[in-house]
Design a binder for this molecule. Structure first.
Ligand code: OSB
Ligand code: MG
Length: 369
C-alpha cells in the first residue's frame, strides 16, 4: 500500500526561447506547477501541472490549478491508500473537470509508483518502444519567411514531422509555402478550434495539400460538425480539445468525428486516463500521438514515457528541451537526436529534477506534511 504523506507544490516560471502564438494567444514565458509527492516509505514522485496562464486552450488556468491543487487535490492525495496509481486517479475523479490539475498528481503517483517498483515509467505504463518519434509544433509567425526559417531550422535538427498552427487569415498561404519549400517533410496543421462550420472552403483547399492531418478545426464540443467535415475530406481529422475523457472519445468514434487522436496527458487528466484513451483508440484502429503543452522536463518525461506505448504510431510533440527553454527543470535536458527521443529504462521518471534551479525559479510554494 502506498500512502502519500508529504506534498509540495512549486510554481515555477521559465521564459520560452521563442515566442509561441496560436489563434487565441501568444506566450513568451510560462508558469507551471511542479508537484512533489513523498510516500510514508520516503519514495518521491514528481508531476507537472502544465496549464497555460489563460483559459484559452481549456477552461483551466495556472491560478485555477493552484487553488484546485491546494484546496482539493492535496487532501485527496494525502487521504488515499493505493496499490496502483489508477486507484488514486479514481479517488481524484470525484473532482469534476480540472484535468490539468489532476494530471499533475496522477503523474506524480505514477512516477513514485514506478520508482518504488524498480520499473521505468514507460515500462510501468505498458510501453514497448525504446525511443519516441519526435515532431515539432510551430506557432503563428509574423511573416511566411519567418515561418520558413523556423521550419528549415527544425528540419535541419532532424524533426520528423512539422505541425503548423493555422487560423483564419493564416492558413492556405503559409501551408502552401511550406509544402513548396519542403515537399518531402510530413506536415500537419492545427487550428485549435478557430474555424466555424461555415468556413468549408478553406478545408477543401487544405485537403489538396497532402497533409498528414487537420487538427481540431472547430470548437471542442462541435463533434457533429467534425463528423460532417470528415465525411467530405480525404485528409484525416485529428481531435485534440474535443476529447477530454474516454467518454468523449467513444462519442467521437461513434460519430466518425475524426480518424486520429492527439493524446495530451494534461488534457485527459493524467497518465492513467491517457493510457485508457490509448487502449480505446487502439482497439478501434485509430492511431494516436502525444501532444504537448510546452511542458517543462517533468511533464515532458511523462510525455516521452507514454509515447512508448504501441498505439503511438505517429510522431509526437515531444521536442527536446532546447526547443523551448534555455535551461530546463531537470539536471539533464531532454534531447532529441535526429528526430528521436530515447525512452529511459532506469526506474521512475528517468530524469532528475534540478532542485537548485527549481528553487531559483519558484514564484509561489505550498508544503503540506
Ligand atoms: O494544440 O497542441 C496544441 C501549445 C499550447 C496550446 C495548444 C497546443 C500547443 C502545442 C504545443 O501545439 C506543442 C508542444 O508542446 O510542443
Ligand atoms: Mg492541438
Amino acid at each position: 500500500m502506498t500512502r502519500i504523506e508529504r506534498v509540495s507544490l512549486r510554481r515555477v516560471r521559465l521564459p520560452l526561447v521563442h515566442q509561441f502564438q496560436t489563434s487565441s494567444h501568444a506566450k513568451r514565458f510560462l508558469e507551471h506547477i511542479l508537484v512533489r509527492c513523498e510516500s510514508a516509505d520516503g519514495v518521491v514522485g514528481w508531476g507537472e501541472i502544465a496549464s497555460p496562464s489563460g483559459p484559452f486552450y481549456s477552461a483551466e488556468t495556472a491560478d485555477s490549478c493552484w487553488a484546485m491543487a491546494r484546496d482539493f487535490l492535496i487532501p485527496i492525495a494525502r487521504g488515499a491508500a493505493w496499490e496502483q496509481p489508477a486507484e488514486l486517479a479514481g479517488a481524484m475523479a470525484k473532482v469534476r473537470g480540472n484535468h490539468f490539475a489532476r494530471a499533475g498528481f496522477d503523474m506524480a503517483a505514477w512516477s513514485l509508483h514506478s520508482a518504488a517498483s524498480g520499473l521505468s515509467l514507460a515500462a510501468a505504463l505498458g510501453g514497448t518502444r525504446s525511443r519516441a518519434e519526435a515532431g515539432v509544433s510551430l506557432g503563428i509567425e509574423p511573416t511566411v519567411d519567418a515561418l520558413l526559417e523556423q521550419v528549415a531550422a527544425r528540419v535541419a535538427e532532424g524533426y520528423r514531422r512539422v505541425k503548423l498552427k493555422i487560423a483564419p487569415g493564416w492558413d492556405a498561404e503559409p501551408v502552401r509555402a511550406v509544402r513548396a519549400a519542403f515537399p518531402d517533410v510530413p506536415v500537419h496543421v492545427d487550428a485549435n478550434g478557430a474555424y466555424r462550420p461555415s468556413d468549408a472552403a478553406i478545408f477543401t483547399e487544405l485537403d489538396e495539400q497532402g497533409l498528414l492531418m487537420i487538427e481540431q478545426p472547430f470548437a471542442p464540443r462541435a463533434l457533429v460538425a467534425h463528423a460532417e467535415l470528415q465525411s467530405r475530406l480525404r485528409t484525416p481529422i485529428c481531435l485534440d480539445e474535443s476529447v477530454e475523457d474516454v467518454e468523449d472519445l467513444v462519442t467521437a468514434l461513434r460519430l466518425g468525428a475524426g480518424r486520429v487522436l492527439n493524446i495530451k496527458v494534461s488534457r485527459m487528466g493524467g497518465l492513467t486516463h491517457a493510457v485508457r484513451a490509448h487502449d480505446v483508440a487502439r482497439a478501434a484502429g485509430v492511431p494516436v500521438w502525444c501532444g504537448g503543452m510546452h511542458e517543462f522536463g517533468i511533464g515532458r518525461a511523462a510525455n516521452v514515457a507514454v509515447s512508448s506505448l504501441p498505439g503511438f504510431t505517429l510522431p509526437s510533440d515531444v521536442s527536446g528541451s532546447d526547443k523551448y527553454y534555455a535551461r530546463d527543470v531537470t539536471t539533464r535536458p531532454i534531447v532529441c537526436a535526429d528526430g528521436w527521443v530515447d525512452v529511459p529504462s532506469s526506474p521512475g521518471l528517468g530524469w532528475e529534477p534540478d532542485l537548485e534551479f527549481i528553487e531559483s525559479r519558484t514564484v509561489d510554494r505550498v508544503d503540506v506534511s
